[in-house]
Design a protein. Sequence first.
Length: 226
Amino acid sequence: MTITAGVLLSSTLAYFALRGKKRSMNTQVIEFKEALSAIMEHLARLAGGPDDHGDLKAQIRDRATSLLATHVRPDARCAFYALENDGRRLQRRGKHGDISQSPEFFTDGDRDGRDLLHAVRRRTIISIPDTQNTNGNLGINLGDDYRSAIIAPVYAGDSAQGVLIIDAPNVDAFAEVHESFVRLIACVLGATQATVVEANKPSMVGEQRGPVPDSLQTGESSAANG
C-alpha cells in the first residue's frame, strides 16, 4: 500500500506539473500573439503613410527586438542594426536590454563591421554557441563578454536592410531556439525598414479611384453586357 500510494502521489504530482507547464506555455503563446499583433498593426499603419512614420518605425523596431529577446530567454539581449551609407555602415536602430558596451555603429573600416556586413551578404542565420571559442569563425556579441549569440541578416525581398543580433550570458544558450522564430522577427524588421512613406494617401474605403461610367451613374446596362 505504501508503494502504491507513493506511485500514485508521484503520478499526481507529475500530472499537475505537466498541466502547469502547459498552462504556462499557453500563457506565453497568448502573450506572444498579442505582442506580435500589436507590431503588425503598427506595420499596417506605417504602410498607410502616417505623418508620424519616423516614430512609428522606431516603435516597431523596439517592440520587435523586445519580443524576440523576451521569448527566447529571460536574460537575452537584442539589437537591430540598419544598413546605411551605401552598404558600408550598420547603425543601431532598435534594442532590448542593457547594451551600453555595444557600439552604435559598425563600419567596413573595423573587423567586426566587415564580419557583420559579410554575414548580411551571405543571407544565412548564424548561431554562435561560444563567442570566446569560435575557431576563427564569427564571434560577435553585444558586449560584456556574453558567451552565445545569433546573427540574422535582415532583408526585404532581395534588398538588404541590416542585421539582427541576439546574445545571452551563457554558452550555448540558444540551442533550443528555432531558426524560424528569428527569421519571423527579421522579416518584420525588413518590411519596416524598407517601407517608403508616399506623399499621396491611399483611397479611403468607398472612394472612387476614377471617373464613374455613365452606365453605372444611371443604372443602365451597357450594350456589350446586353
